[in-house]
Design a protein around this ligand. Structure first.
Ligand code: SF4
Length: 412
């Protein structure tokens, strides 16, 4: 039997990041906006108003734009708009063509090519949508889409068909219809607000929506999926936190992909949410030249814990049209998981999943730790590649044989 040994951890991260940078928390700084008063810079409305949204702005701020980026940016408004907050823009290293932040938010011409297996709706959300803006794919929970706008746009977005409305999707959710669906389906105990980004709503609008959902007796649990703490930490005001804490149990899933995104500003914003009693999880997307490396992922999940965020999922990049240049192999994802499990705190280890193409839902993907399993025994492998047998219980019969390490597996 061939036993796969865990891959050795690399000593050094890719050249675009220094080991020190991966572990430390730094401010994003002011960069081009050094003259802007604190009161403006720290105002989320100011950040939104001054987003970079055109190729001319981008080229002025970043003369190192490559021809692929220039061409992609010029065409972005026909597909998925360009938008980058000044705060997040400051995390880009303009001298580094492989900058992991740059790859996430600056369009490239490759986005206009669609591979044969790619789709505009890779997770089959539209076909599981009983009313506009509501996806009911799993038995007891729904995805409640509230807006098509985000603080910045990720170039690999699963919902790029609708977010930013660049391709005329005509997204017009009607909250009355969505809420009525939830109200008349008592099996729904969990509502996930997403979009677009729900935290772009004003505090009052959020309170109104959350109150209506909380008033439904069978809704036990509310969740918000947001990338605002990473793109726009200024939005996480004490007032917002006070609003959200009225609706417990309420969980938040953030979306961060690389340790550089976890700045002092982000750590403070997440601390405010955690202090409001909101459990925080993170969802990362595995992306080529961004985080497809075990050293980077390990630093990222460890930094997330320092920010009081549990790493929740690593997603294999969905088969979204125009994302092939950002996609990694599943093997690479499994190798990374192999180098996390057992090598760092269990709390830091997320679940690697593939959202099954066409609407099958999330499927957990794990390295092979169970090597054989029959009615008597399970043969398992630990993170060091050592083998162990565990006796299988026979309908309540006490187990006699203790777990033991094995040199040579004997199972058929
Ligand atoms: S923040 Fe989320 S919804 Fe918005 S563009 Fe990024 S991945 Fe898409």
């Amino acid at each position: 039997m061939h036993i796969q040994k865990p891959a050795e951890s690399a000593d050094e991260p890719p050249s675009s990041c220094s080991p020190g940078e991966l572990k430390t928390f730094k401010s994003a700084g002011r960069g081009f906006w050094h003259d802007v008063p604190d009161s403006s810079w720290n105002d989320w409305h100011w950040q939104l108003k001054h987003r970079i949204t055109t190729v001319e702005q981008l080229q002025r701020l970043m003369p190192t734009l490559t021809p692929e980026e220039y061409a992609g940016t010029a065409l972005a408004n026909q597909k998925l708009s360009l938008a980058i907050t000044p705060y997040f823009f400051n995390l880009i290293d303009p001298a580094d063509e492989l900058c992991p932040i740059r790859a996430q938010v600056i369009p490239r011409i490759e986005e206009t090519s669609t591979a044969p297996w790619e789709m505009s709706d890779p997770c089959g959300e539209d076909s599981h949508s009983p009313v506009p803006g509501l996806v009911h794919r799993y038995p007891d929970r729904v995805l409640f889409l509230v807006t098509d706008r985000c603080a910045a746009y990720c170039r690999y977005c699963t919902r790029s068909r609708l977010v930013s409305n660049a391709s005329g999707y005509d997204f017009h959710p009607e909250f009355d219809h969505q809420i009525e669906y939830v109200r008349t389906h008592p099996e729904i105990r969990d509502v996930l607000l997403s979009g677009g980004d729900p935290l772009l709503f004003s505090d009052d609008k959020l309170r109104h929506l959350l109150s209506r959902l909380r008033a439904i007796p069978h809704v036990e649990f509310l969740r918000i999926g947001t990338r605002i703490p990473v793109f726009l930490p200024q939005r996480i005001t004490p007032e917002l936190c006070a609003t959200l804490r009225e609706f417990h149990p309420l969980f938040i899933s953030i979306h961060s992909n690389h340790p550089r995104e976890l700045t002092t500003e982000v750590r403070e914003a997440l601390g405010r949410l955690a202090d409001a009693g909101i459990p925080l999880g993170n969802q990362s997307v595995l992306l080529r030249h961004v985080n497809d490396d075990a050293v980077i992922m390990k630093a990222h999940v460890q930094k997330l814990l320092q920010c009081r965020v549990k790493p929740y999922y690593i997603y294999q990049c969905d088969l979204i049209a125009g994302s092939a240049h950002l996609r990694t192999s599943v093997k690479q994802g499994l190798d990374i998981m192999e180098q996390l499990r057992g090598h760092t705190s269990g709390y830091a280890v997320p679940q690697y999943v593939i959202d099954a193409p066409g609407g099958g839902g999330k499927v957990p993907i794990n390295p092979g730790y169970v090597l054989n399993h029959n009615s008597d025994r399970v043969l398992i492998r630990n993170y060091e590649g050592k083998l162990f047998e565990y006796p299988e219980a026979q309908d309540g019969t006490p187990l006699h044989a203790p777990m033991r390490s094995v040199e040579e597996p004997e199972l058929a």
